[in-house]
Design a protein around this ligand. Sequence first.
Ligand SMILES: N[C@@H](CCC[C@H](N)C(=O)O)C(=O)O
Length: 277
Amino acid sequence: MKFTKMQGCGNDYVYVDCTKKLIDHIPETARKVSDRHFGIGSDGLILIRPSDKADFMMDMYNQDGSRAQMCGNGIRCVAKYVYDNKLTQKKQVLIETLSGVKELDLTVEDDKVSLVTVNMGPPITKPSSIPVVSEKENVVNEPITVGDAVYHITCVSMGNPHAIVFVEDTNLVPIETIGPLFENHEIFPERVNTEFVQVVDRSHIHMRVWERGSGETLACGTGACASVIACILNGYTDKEVTVTLLGGELKIRYDEEKNIVFMTGPAKKVFDGEIEL
Ligand SMILES: N[C@@H](CCC[C@H](N)C(=O)O)C(=O)O
């Protein structure tokens, strides 16, 4: 199988061009290629597929083979892949995902995409749509017992589910221990991505993430958007925020009038290759 390894803020995936032919055994292939010792090594697998409602479709799978609705860092790399490989000449590209069609604006330097802005659509806060089990209208700063401690969570969907926890210092979060407990907590029927957020000031936050199906990753685009919405709901930041992640920076802007979140960030190719499955 021919592939390209790409990364956005260190959130790395294996990308396969399936515009002409789809691959078989997709969840198993995702698990195989993601393995950092016996495979290529990645946070998951992203297939670029044809679409009848957009220019292309992004089909994304986590490291454990589970399929996700959306991937913020992944979709920027899909845009770079299709432009740099001349599958399109458009600098405004429409990409279908399992959470709807997204519009992307490409910044091109020396004929290659360097930066991408994505219209990530509206944030969703209705508990049943996230989904999170709750009697409340919104889950904002609500207590939850995880292991033997109580945390306060704010829940937001950006097409996929996120729980945001505000902390004093992201470096001190025992993420390997508590991440899986949040991910598999009974109040999240489809599991959850968990972001640990430290507010620096009204336009800057630090974030670490435990991703559903992939564990700790160096960045999460949908998670950065959900975190900024959580900051706004809790009154911690303004509507334009720089999110510092372990693998880089994303700029997030919430247009309140249109109720749309915009994400801007880099997309990079690491290498091309071929793997025997
Ligand atoms: N890293 C991604 C999100 C990938 C999917 C997520 N793990 C899920 O299962 O919802 C991003 O950049 O948004």
